[in-house]
Structures are given as structure tokens and as C-alpha cells.
Write a protein that binds this ligand. Structure first.
Ligand code: GLU
Length: 492
């Protein structure tokens, strides 16, 4: 059986965005599933817009996502001579011709068509020049483009797209399009096709915006006598207002690196992106890597455009709620050792990493991560909401302070008493801590909840969190006592 070969060919004109990542993921999944290969090709022929920084950024984002490729990166710009050789071959075989029409002539014809409200198509003026006429113009140094000679008369280019089904485009609706510019540079449509032929691509899986190019590319394949690959065009990724996602309008909110920085686990993000426009009949949402590879099929790609609902203006979520819920699932359910490196990275970034967390205090560290993650959504939460567990320098949420502490003048006296009593506990366990706090509340004639909320706010800086007695054990007796003692300053 023929080896399946897919490709991801980003143009390095910015960061890797959601749409590009999704395309890469679908190609990767298909290659993984079929035992095929994924080729990474950097389409860097647009010298002005391509940059080294973008290439590095794209590669870094792919690596972070865990997308592995088998060949490449190849660089399109290194193959320009090959693209031009293909054009020469097409000239020689009579599948292409030199066009000497000037830009002015073409603009005039375009303008005439516009006035008649007709679609403009190149009229083939140079298609039938005699060899003598061509030789004369060349000898006179008239610049020329190279155009593909599209078959004329009845007939059409047809193919079966794996997602969109049968697509047919009449020859008469395709003009003799340019494949080499008058400055001698190949057009992207030629380079892309020649590269796919050289890389022996069997399946072109790309965004639906590529569909407009496909009939023309098929003509190039055929004219070069190459095998036409299978095509699967994927629906587009839209923003919440149903506009196409683009780097220009959405800035960093659609960059893969943004999600990395904002606490997404790479696999959770891949899992979420796979759900954009792809589904299984049972609409399942959570897949391990092995499960996703097994479940994936090109037939599962929908035709309806997918919406990446990142809700720029929603104060509660900084991104798509489904993306958050998938990430939350992984944060809370993966074996804790698997999220350990990501928590470590967050604590390092926040400057509160202690090497002992991976040494003498590792058991404590893992238990604490396991305890607090039950309320978290993103890995950054460990360093922000969870800061008090890992550092003694943590902020107190002002709203919680007001509601849970300052409202009760009594804390001025209660905190020192609680501190003494908790300090006196010999074996600091959940049960003992609970007993002491409940008894103290009774003695003071107040509800235990008042003390519990006040202590939680003091010890963690937060109004909510896991059960307080578990929290106290995690933070540890001496630190709890110290924090309660210090809290009297809230009333100064
Ligand atoms: N370089 C193109 C892009 O980034 C890829 C087109 C294709 O997949 O054929 O949009």
C-alpha cells in the first residue's frame, strides 16, 4: 500500500494561530492514525512578509503542542529553481505560454469588463502567438509572464473533496492564470504544487480558503504528468462574531503562545482544537492522545464553520468557555505527577519555586497541588490563587478581607486566641484542627463559619478554596499560627 504523506505548510508571516494549529493537528492526527508521515514545510517565498522570528515561533508552538513531524522543516524559498524548471517544462510541453501583455493593457481590459459588469478573464491574446512572434518579442526584450494553458471548450476540472464532496469547475470559468511573474518569480500556486509533488504528498488537508486554488492546482498536476493527491478542505475557524479569525484583527488572542502563557496544558489545547469542526457520532469531548488518534477520521470533519468563542469582553473567561472546560478537566483529573512540571514552571515564573518542592518536600508539594487543583482552571491559577501555599508573601483579596474579617471587629481578639490554641495542638491533624476551631467558636458564642471564613481569608488570601481543615494541614501548623498572629494588623 502506498504510504500516506500529509503536510503542514505555514507561511511564516506571524505567530501560529488557532486556525493554523488546527490544520497542523488534523494533518498530524491523520498521519498518526494511518502510519503515514507529516512533512513540515515553511512557505517563505514572500520575502517581505516572512521572518526568522516567525519561523522560530511557529516551530516552538508546534513543539509545545506536541505535534511531531517526520520530515522537514523544508524551506520553499530553497526550491525556487525547481519551481521555475517546472514552468519551463510546461512551456516545452505546450501546457504553458509566454504572455507579453503589459499591465496597462490588462488594466484597460479589466476596466472595460467592469464597465460592462462582466467578470474579467484574461482573453488569451498571447495564447496563440506563433513561435516567430514570440521570438521577436523576446529578442526585443519585451517582459513576459508565463501562463498555464487551461483546456478550452466544454469540460471541467472535477475532484472529490473528502469533506465537501464532488466539486466541478468548468474550464470556461478558469482563465489562463499566471504561474511565473514578469520579474521571473514563480507564483505561489505553482510553488505550492511543485513542492507537494516533490514531497510526494498524498493528502492535502487544509483550510477551506484553499478550495479556490484547487482546480487550478489540479490542472498543474495534470499538465506536469503528476499524480493528483486527495484533498480534504476543512471548515474555517470563526470568531464570536462569525468573522474569519485573523492575526490582524484579533492580535494575540488567537495566538497559540497566548494560551501557553495563560495556563493551558498542551494536550488539553490540542484536544480542544480537535473539537473545532470535528466530532465523533457520540459527541465525545475528552480524548487522550491514543484515543484521539484512534477516533480521528477525515470523514468526521464537518462542513459548518467552527466558532472559536474567545469572548474578548467576558470578564469571567478570557477565552472560549469550552476551551476552559476542557483544560479544567485535565488540570483536575490527570495524574498529579503529569501536571507537576507545569505547576513548577508557573511557580518559577512567579519567583516562588523552591527546589525542595522537588526534593525533601515533594510529597507535600504533590499533595498540595492535588488538594488545590479541584477549583482551578488554568495552570497560572497555582501561582495566583494558590500563591499562599507556596510562599509567605501573598496578597489578600480585598473583597474577602472586608467581608470575612473587617466586618467582625472580634477578630482582633479571636486571631491571637486561635493562634495560641492551634499552636498548642500536639499532632496537627484535620480532626484536631477542626475540633479546636469549633470549640473556640462555641466559646465565643459565634457561628463556626465566621471563624472558618476569616481564617481561610487570612491563611490563603482567598474567600474560597478547599475545605478549611485540609487547607490548614497543607499550609502547616507553624505557618498557619504565624499568619493568624500577623493578621491583627488588619485592624490597625
Ligand atoms: N502556506 C499556506 C498558508 O499558510 C498553505 C496553503 C496550503 O495548505 O496549500 O495558508
Amino acid at each position: 500500500m502506498e504510504e500516506i504523506r500529509t503536510r503542514f505548510p505555514p507561511s511564516p508571516t506571524g505567530y501560529l494561530h488557532i486556525g493554523g494549529a488546527r490544520t497542523a493537528i488534523f494533518n498530524w492526527l491523520f498521519a498518526q492514525k494511518t502510519g503515514g508521515k507529516l512533512i513540515l514545510r515553511i512557505e517563505d517565498t514572500d520575502e517581505e512578509r516572512s521572518s526568522e522570528e516567525s519561523i522560530q515561533g511557529i516551530i516552538e508552538s508546534l513543539k509545545w503542542l506536541g505535534i511531531t513531524w517526520d520530515e522537514g522543516p523544508y524551506f520553499q524559498s530553497r526550491f525556487i529553481n525547481e519551481h521555475l524548471a517546472a514552468a519551463r517544462k510546461l512551456l516545452e510541453s505546450g501546457h504553458a505560454y509566454k504572455c507579453f501583455c503589459t499591465k496597462e493593457e490588462l488594466d484597460r481590459k479589466r476596466e472595460e469588463a467592469r464597465k460592462k459588469k462582466a467578470d474579467f478573464q484574461y482573453d488569451g491574446t498571447c495564447r496563440n502567438l506563433t513561435p516567430k512572434e514570440v521570438a521577436e518579442k523576446e529578442a526585443a526584450g519585451v517582459p513576459y509572464t508565463i501562463r498555464l494553458k487551461v483546456p478550452r471548450g466544454e469540460g471541467f476540472v472535477g475532484f472529490e473533496d473528502i469533506v465537501y464532496g464532488i466539486i466541478e469547475k468548468k474550464y470556461e470559468d478558469i482563465e489562463d492564470f499566471v504561474i511565473v511573474r514578469s520579474n521571473g518569480r514563480p507564483l505561489y500556486i505553482l510553488s505550492n504544487t511543485v513542492d507537494d509533488i516533490r514531497d510526494r504528498i498524498t493528502h492535502v488537508i487544509r483550510g477551506q480558503d484553499g478550495l479556490a486554488n484547487t482546480p487550478k492546482q489540479i490542472l498543474i498536476y495534470k499538465a506536469l504528468g503528476a499524480l493528483v493527491p486527495k484533498f480534504a478542505h476543512m471548515s474555517l475557524t470563526l470568531d464570536p462574531k462569525k468573522a474569519k479569525i485573523s492575526k490582524r484583527t484579533h492580535g494575540e488572542l488567537v495566538a497559540v503562545s497566548f494560551y501557553r502563557e495563560h495556563g493551558f496544558l498542551p494536550w488539553a489545547f490540542v484536544n480542544y482544537l480537535a473539537l473545532l469542526g470535528w466530532s465523533t457520532p457520540d459527541s465525545r469531548e475528552i480524548f487522550s492522545k491514543e484515543e484521539l488518534i484512534k477516533a480521528f477520521s477525515l470523514q468526521g470533519i464537518g462542513r459548518a464553520n467552527a466558532v472559536f468563542d474567545f469572548r474578548k469582553n467576558d470578564p469571567k473567561f478570557f477565552t472560549d468557555p469550552k476551551a476552559i472546560s476542557v483544560n479544567t478537566h485535565y488540570i483536575r483529573n490527570l495524574p498529579v505527577e503529569e501536571i507537576e512540571p507545569y505547576v513548577r514552571a508557573e511557580l518559577e515564573k512567579a519567583g516562588i519555586w523552591d527546589p525542595d518542592f522537588q526534593g525533601a518536600k515533594r510529597d507535600w508539594f504533590l499533595r498540595t497541588v492535588d488538594l488545590i487543583r479541584t477549583r482551578y482552571h488554568v495552570t497560572t491559577d497555582f501561582a495566583t490563587l494558590g500563591r499562599a501555599y507556596f510562599s509567605d508573601d501573598y496578597p489578600i483579596d480585598p473583597k474577602a478581607l472586608k467581608k470575612n474579617i473587617l466586618k467582625h471587629e472580634g477578630f482582633k481578639e479571636w486571631f491571637p486566641v486561635l493562634a495560641d490554641r492551634l499552636q498548642a495542638i500536639k499532632a496537627f491533624t484535620v480532626e484536631e484542627a477542626e475540633k479546636v476551631i469549633r470549640e473556640t467558636a462555641e466559646e465565643f458564642g459565634i457561628k463556626a463559619g465566621i471563624l472558618i471564613n476569616g481564617i481561610r481569608t487570612t491563611v490563603t488570601g482567598q474567600a474560597v478554596g478547599p475545605g478549611l481543615f485540609d487547607v490548614l494541614i497543607a499550609v502547616g501548623q507553624s505557618r498557619v499560627v504565624e499568619r493568624l498572629r500577623k493578621s491583627v494588623i488588619f485592624f490597625e
